[in-house]
Every structure is written in C-alpha cells, then in structure tokens.
Design a protein around this ligand. Sequence first.
Ligand SMILES: [Zn+2]
Ligand SMILES: [Zn+2]
Length: 125
Amino acid sequence: MNVYCQMAGYHQGEDEPLELLCMNPECISMNKVLNCVSCIEENHIGHQVIHYKKFINLLQKQGNSLLNEIEFRFQESTVQNDLVCKLKNLIKQLTELSDIVNDAIHKQKDMLERKLQYYECMYFC
Ligand SMILES: [Zn+2]
Ligand SMILES: [Zn+2]
C-alpha cells in the first residue's frame, strides 16, 4: 500500500505511509482509521492501533478457522445460526476495510489530480 499522509510537517515524506489502522470507535465514525506514524503520535494516543498487514492477516486467519469450523459442525443445527452470523460479521468487516482503503486512495488521487490541473493551468492557460 503506497498511500502517503497528506498532513503537513512531520507527516510528509516517503517514510510516512498510511499503514496504521486505528480501531477506536470514534475514529472509525470520523473516518480517521488510516494513519501514518505521526498521525498516531499526535491524535491517537491510547487508542487501539494495528498495522494494516497484521489486521488483514488476522482477518484471514479468522476467516479460515471459521470456514473450518463450518465444515466440521454445520450438521449440528444448534450452531448453524451462530456460524452464519460470524461469517456475516467477518464479511462486513472486510467490506468496511476495503471501503476505508479505497477512500484513502481516492482522496490521494483527487489531491494529485487537483495539483496536476493547477500546474497544467500555469503552463498552458
Ligand atoms: Zn499523518
Ligand atoms: Zn484513534
């Protein structure tokens, strides 16, 4: 993932990619899930922060063990609902994650396109 932080100052530079996910419910609702190291230091002290690779890893493990469990136990009608529920939750989490990442990529793209328009205008208008 090569999306870099758009904040000024210490946030800029090639070594500040947006790779850290803040799991704080308030940050999730304010769309401040994706952060660079400086963002975390400034605004997310004490929040639950996880590297996106680790998070994807966790979700994959969760998904695999859930699928295993379903294959073994789906005959038991008492656990069917529970397992289906867990599976739905995991899918929801994955959808949210891809929304967050897509959103950050779109913002980055918009910002670059605006800069491009600005430079093009300076040369050709
Ligand atoms: Zn930042
Ligand atoms: Zn936070």
